[in-house]
Design a binder for this molecule. Structure first.
Ligand SMILES: NC(=O)c1ccc[n+]([C@@H]2O[C@H](COP(=O)([O-])OP(=O)(O)OC[C@H]3O[C@@H](n4cnc5c(N)ncnc54)[C@H](OP(=O)(O)O)[C@@H]3O)[C@@H](O)[C@H]2O)c1
Length: 268
């Protein structure tokens, strides 16, 4: 069980919370006693998830400039506070070499992965956090600090989110802490095209011998959002099974990059 770490009765907004990492985060936050407000585009899935977790939800795309304000308004109306924001919703499109990328698809990636997190924090800051404090956790990626095949738009936007995390941490202290979690390969829909065919090969290349589960990331997010991390801001917590340190191990090659290189399209 997740220790409550001061999250009892606090209100948390989790974007992209109907499946994968976001769902695990919202579940762990609710288990720690937080009131949760969940979002995603599929209205039926949002309704189901909110009911499952005893919280509230709002369907819509974070790319819609009005959506973050509507989400913040809902959380304030229902819970009277917004203590935690988890910016988790993201897209890994457009996939492929940057020279072939459609500018509108590139802009959409930045709207979803960078602009939406900023808008949501702005709304929560002005409505609640500036006066009462809070914690923000942005979900980045292990790949944000280096390059990889066919994922240039995703990687560039996540690198921007990593920088945004640090910039906001500096601007919003001491009342609001802003940190990120950077997952390695996690068993979710977004990454299915990488892990599903021959998962053992990918797992064998990782020092910890398996790919990640959404709960591995959720526990790190909840910890950073909690009072247990009260003197931590501007940090990025890697949750990657040792992906970054694999070069010291016995495995040769990098199965993840080989798979990214050989896939024509990604699915999310
Ligand atoms: N899985 C990995 O290996 C991995 C690795 C590194 C980082 N990450 C990061 O982890 C986060 C979660 O990814 P995941 O793997 O859990 O993905 P996932 O299983 O595909 O889940 C994505 C969630 O976000 C929602 N969503 C997608 N686009 C949205 C939009 N425009 N507006 C609102 N909600 C949206 C989806 O619901 P709807 O489709 O109904 O909108 C769903 O609830 C992302 O930030 C991703 O970049 C994942």
């Amino acid at each position: 069980m997740t220790p409550p770490y001061g999250l009892q009765g606090r209100a948390a907004v989790v974007t992209g919370a109907t499946r994968g990492i976001g769902h695990a985060v919202a579940r762990e936050l609710a288990a720690a006693g937080a009131l949760v407000c969940v979002t995603a585009r599929d209205a039926e899935e949002v309704r189901r998830t909110a009911a499952e977790l005893g919280g509230v939800g709002l369907a819509g795309s974070v790319a819609d400039p009005e959506h973050p304000r509507a989400v913040a308004d809902l959380a304030l109306r229902e819970f009277g506070r917004i203590d935690v924001i988890v910016n988790n919703a993201a897209t890994n499109q457009p996939y492929g070499p940057l020279m072939d990328v459609d500018p509108l698809a590139w802009r959409e990636a930045f709207s979803v992965n960078v602009e939406a997190p900023l808008r949501l924090v702005q709304c929560a800051w002005h409505a609640w956090m500036r006066e009462h404090g809070g914690a923000v956790v942005n979900v980045c990626t292990e790949g944000a600090t280096h390059v990889g095949p066919r994922i240039g738009a995703y990687g560039t936007s996540k690198a921007a989110l990593l920088h945004l995390t640090r910039q906001l941490a500096g601007e919003l202290g001491p009342r609001v802490r802003v940190n990120s979690v950077s997952p390695g390969l996690i068993r979710t829909e977004m990454a299915r095209f990488v892990w599903e065919p021959g998962e053992e090969e990918v797992a064998a290349a990782l020092p910890l011998g398996r790919i990640g589960e959404p709960e591995d990331v959720a526990r790190a997010v909840v910890w950073l959002a909690s009072d247990a991390a009260e003197w931590i801001t501007g940090a990025d917590l890697l949750v990657d099974g040792g992906t970054r340190v694999r070069a010291a191990g016995t495995a040769t090659g990098y199965a993840i990059h080989e798979r990214l290189r050989s896939r024509g399209t990604a699915t999310s």
